[in-house]
Structures are given as structure tokens and as C-alpha cells.
Design a protein around this ligand. Sequence first.
Ligand SMILES: [Zn+2]
Length: 422
Amino acid sequence: MDNGSLFFTYVFCALLVLTLVVRTVLASRQTRYVARHRDAVPAAFAATIGLDAHQKAAAYTLARLRFGLLESSWETVLLLGWTLLGGLHLLNQTLLTWLGPGLLQQLALLGAFGLIGTVLNLPFSAWNTFRLEARFGFNRITPALWWADLVKGLLVGALIGLPMAALVLWLMGAAGPRWWLWAWAVWMGFNLVLMVIYPTLIAPLFNRFQPLDDEAIKTRVSALMQRCGFAAQGLFVMDGSRRSAHANAYFTGFGAAKRVVFFDTLLQQLSPPEIDAVLAHELGHYRRRHIAQRMVLMAAVSLIGFALLGWLSQQAWFYTGLGVQPALDAPNDALALLLFLLFVPLPAYFLSPLMAQLSRRHEFEADAYAATQTNGQDLASALLKLYKDNASTLTPDPVYARFYYSHPPAHERIGRLQGASA
Ligand SMILES: [Zn+2]
């Protein structure tokens, strides 16, 4: 191995170790903090949350942390297996022998990588659903539906992903040194199309969506949307309870194709004023242009990503440093894509606190918006119910929360809401 490759191998290993150390330190901080606060409900919540619910949340949080550490250790093993231990190289060589060089071989490499990765993660996915979630009473999915979801997911992924991958691979080979700019444009267009077809064509493959038929809620919600100057194509109820007891509400689509989707579990748990408040929070994300900001940010980040990929794919050390010999007489574009997807999460992990912080700021802004359009107290009580029903901890470690939390911790969020309405 030449010096450049060796150096890159060291960088890769250093990042890998550093990520694992930071993950473990943060998880053990969170574990200690939650365990230490297990036996007393924080004063601010003592009137609304019982000790039983608080202890269930602690147990659930600790179980999720243990599972998360196990999962990230397994991911590290897989990452080493694909790269330095030669897994990706072996797969590539095998497919070259079978199929010869060309677009078909490259697509087969991407497809086989995705399929093998899915199979190797199956035990974790199954354990998560049928052991962990089930133990805390959250799982509702049957094994038959779980398998059906898996097969459907793979088919839809292949149907949408393979043509997209073929287009990008073709651009990499045929569009000259600035191929990454074209590929980025294609990628952005693809995402826009996905935003349009996801709610109407893809999501219905997995869930049933029915127009909201509760007249009382419909009237309230329509009045709220009118007040907020928001036109949506429809209000839908999704049968989230087929899979899980966790509750949610969201918007999909954009422009005139926007729709509001309530999980049936949410409608069961919240009172009509609370549903209003949760919806007002979601509307707040639109009114404060968070969705647009996020799209612009995603466009910028992916442009940087494609430019980086364009450069890395030309460097021999990028391949050899990660345990792969690039072929001299065949295109290496699919290899470059996969190595990039394997490597980039490592440095990106250290940027995640920035994204989390931005997201938390948006949550505060959406809460503030909701408090002006509806009653802040209703949002506070809705959030408390959701915290309780989802067994989310009310006592996260402050450092852990800063690093990972996309939503502000309960006491900050509810404190602000109550301050705003007092
Ligand atoms: Zn939000």
C-alpha cells in the first residue's frame, strides 16, 4: 500500500474509533442520568405524570440505549467487514467474474450490497419490533405484516432506486468531469418527484388512509387551517395502530398537494383542543418556512456531497485506503458510490449536533406559533400525554440531549409554553 492509502486507512480507523467512543460515552451518560432520576417524577410534572409512568419511561429509555449500543457495535463490525476486511472487494470481483464489466455489473453491485445489508440487519430489526417494542406494549405488528412490509419495501426500493442509480452511474461515466453537477440536479429532481408521489402512491402501499370523518374535529381543524391561511388538499387518518402504539401527526407533499395526516393513535389519545394545538404546531413549521429552509439546506449539503464524491472517486487512495482494489479495465463508479456511503456517516456524525440544534430551534418556533393560534396550555398537555404514551424520558442527560435531540427536552419545551401562556 502506498503512503496516501495508508494515511487514509488511519484517518478512517481514527474516525471509527472516535465515533464509537463518543457514542458510548454519551450513551453511558444518558444511562446514568436517567437511572439516577428514576425514582422521582420531576416537580414540574408531578401533578400530571405518575411514578409508574415515569419509571416505565426510564426502563424503556435504558432498554433502547442498550439496544442502540449493541446495534452500533454490529454496524461497526459490518463497516469493517465491507471495507478493510475485503467484503466489498470480494463482492465486486465476484460480480465482475459473473457479469463482466458494464452497467449491469454496477447495478448488481448496488443491488447486492443493499440486499445483503438488509439481511444482515434483519435480526436487529426483528428484535427491536418483537422483543423491545413488544416488551413495553408498543408493538402491534404481526410477523406476517412485518414480512410483507419488508418484501414490499425491498420491491419499491428496487423499482425506484435502480432506475435512479442507473441514471447516476450513466452520468458518472458519460457526462465528463463535471458529472457530479448533473447528478446533483437529477438527485434534486428525484427528491421533488418523490415528495409528490410519496403521499399518493407509495405511503398507501403500506397504510390505509381514510378521510377524517369525525365532524367535530374536522370543523375545528378546518377553522384553524383557515385562520392560519393554510390550504391543504385533505385531512386523512392513517391506521398507524396496525404497527405500533406510538402516535404522530404530519404533513406531506407541497404546493397544492399538501395533506394533513393524523395517526389514528393520536386521535384516540388527545382531546379535540389538543389535536388543534398539535396541528397548529405543524402549521407553524410551514408558516415559519422551516420546510423550505430544510429543503434549501438539503440541496446545499447534497451539492457538497456530490462534489466531494466527484473528487474522491478520482483518487486511488480512496479505494485502496478502504480495502478495495479499483478495476483498471472496468468502471469503478458503483464502488465509489458505496465507499462514499460507507465512509461519510463517520465525519457526518460529528455534524449531527448542529442539525439537532437547528431542529430544536425550529421546534421552539413552531410551539410559539401554535401558542398564538391556539392555546399554549393545550399544546403543553398534548405533549405531556405524548411523552407519557410514548414512554419518553422527562429527565434526559443535558449533554446527550444537546448532541442528539431533534426536539427540545420536555422541561424546556413545556416550560416555555407555560411561560408564554402565563
Ligand atoms: Zn415540530
